[in-house]
Design a protein around this ligand. Sequence first.
Ligand code: FES
Ligand code: FES
Length: 195
Amino acid sequence: MPDRRTCTNGGVPVEIQLTINDEPTTAEVGADDDLAAVLRRNGYTGVKCGCDGGVCGASKVFVDDDVRMACGMDARNADGAEIETIEALGTQDNLHPIQEAFVDRFAVQCGFCIPGMVIEAKALLADDPDPSEAAVREAIDDNPCRCTGYQKPVEAILDAADRLRGGRSVAADGGPAVEPPTRADAGDGGGDADE
Ligand code: FES
Ligand code: FES
């Protein structure tokens, strides 16, 4: 459990310089601000705050290419950092292949956990373009989802791996039909991602 508050605002403000999704940004941050709060205040509301700190994974972003839970980072310590949030991956009309796979695989329900999961998936697939199902489950085991039972997100990430390797190209909105899952479809059964 982190030793600081989550998604908090406040304290005497100072200015820090960030590069957020390739945009140089000057942000005013208070002593009590964590990075998640600062990003949300600057319009990056894809960064979610879903727990008391370090548990839900919904605040994941890339900080200098490493996945970090933005809620657990003192905003002042991010001065000079390159940040990538979910907003950098795709748009409604031009989804990133990982996002396309989540849509096509019906892996999004309430959607609250999805930005963190997609960020983690991107990191995983950059390191391991052809992960096993077990590796996918391990990667998202700190991204709890209260809706999907994990099966669909796992299928989506495996599908995204195929797409990114060029195995298939399926548009999320009106493109060729999604092929049936290539791995055994065990249904949605609930439980943890590593079950
Ligand atoms: S708000 Fe950051 S991990 Fe939950
Ligand atoms: S889709 Fe609702 S928490 Fe994951």
